[in-house]
Design a protein around this ligand. Structure first.
Ligand SMILES: C[S@@+](CC[C@H](N)C(=O)[O-])C[C@H]1O[C@@H](n2cnc3c(N)ncnc32)[C@H](O)[C@@H]1O
Length: 209
């Protein structure tokens, strides 16, 4: 585990109850994310392979949402405390402690990977390898939905996220990294959450050939 991953793990381990109380509403107050995840689930079902990973699943609310949307979903997270919470909250589903950079999943196995604001802590120079790892576990025609903070400038911007240092991305730069990992972006939704953070919210849907 790298130093920044260790820092991120420790930070999330320390905020589980607070995070869960703020975000475990299955996105009732986040209609853009909710609808993109609904579209993602429908498209994954359409591939005929409903097995899907929620990577960086946090308290597991979106893993449960994917399950409710008909997917054979499981959650993975760097933070053992998040995984423990998710497992207690959703005992019928499977959660494991794992790094997105090294997924405990065989090649070509999944119809979909959801990364909802879980790649935000990844230093920019590590993003290409991280995306290649998600592509490795997807079956042909498998889908990746990735959500992140977007910025207008030419370069990723490091900022002090409440839990751990994070990065916002020019959408085009993030999309180039998807292409580099062999994924084809085919839909994007970018919106202004009018939050104090001042960034846009971006959701990119990509698939393997
Ligand atoms: C902002 S939270 C998002 C949680 C959930 N996806 C959501 O949308 O509410 C980021 C989550 O990603 C996890 N995470 C960050 N880096 C990770 C990594 N390298 N591998 C696995 N999980 C990671 C954190 O532990 C945390 O639970």
């Amino acid at each position: 585990m790298t130093e920044h991953q260790d820092e991120t793990r420790a930070a999330y381990d320390g905020v589980v109850d607070l995070y869960a109380s703020m975000f475990a509403d299955r996105l009732e107050t986040h209609p853009f994310s909710r609808n993109m995840i609904g579209t993602f689930a429908e498209l994954v079902r359409g591939t005929g392979n409903p097995r899907a990973a929620d990577v960086g699943c946090g308290p597991g609310h979106l893993t449960a949402m994917l399950h409710d949307l008909g997917l054979d979903a499981f959650g993975l997270d760097l933070s053992p405390a998040m995984v423990g919470h998710a497992q207690r909250a959703h005992p019928a589903l499977r959660f494991d402690a794992a790094r997105m950079e090294s997924l405990p999943v065989e090649d070509d196995a999944l119809g979909g990977v959801l990364a909802h604001y879980s790649m935000i802590h990844t230093p920019p120079d590590e993003l290409p390898a991280l995306l290649a790892e998600q592509a490795r576990v997807l079956a042909p025609a498998g889908l990746l939905l990735v959500s992140f903070f977007a910025t207008d400038g030419p370069e990723p911007v490091r900022f002090d996220h409440k839990v751990a240092p994070a990065y916002s991305w020019p959408v085009g730069r993030f999309a180039e990294s998807l292409t580099g990992a062999g994924l084809t972006e085919f839909a994007r939704l970018i919106h202004d959450p009018a939050s104090e953070r001042g960034f846009l919210d971006a959701h990119l849907l990509a698939r393997l050939p």
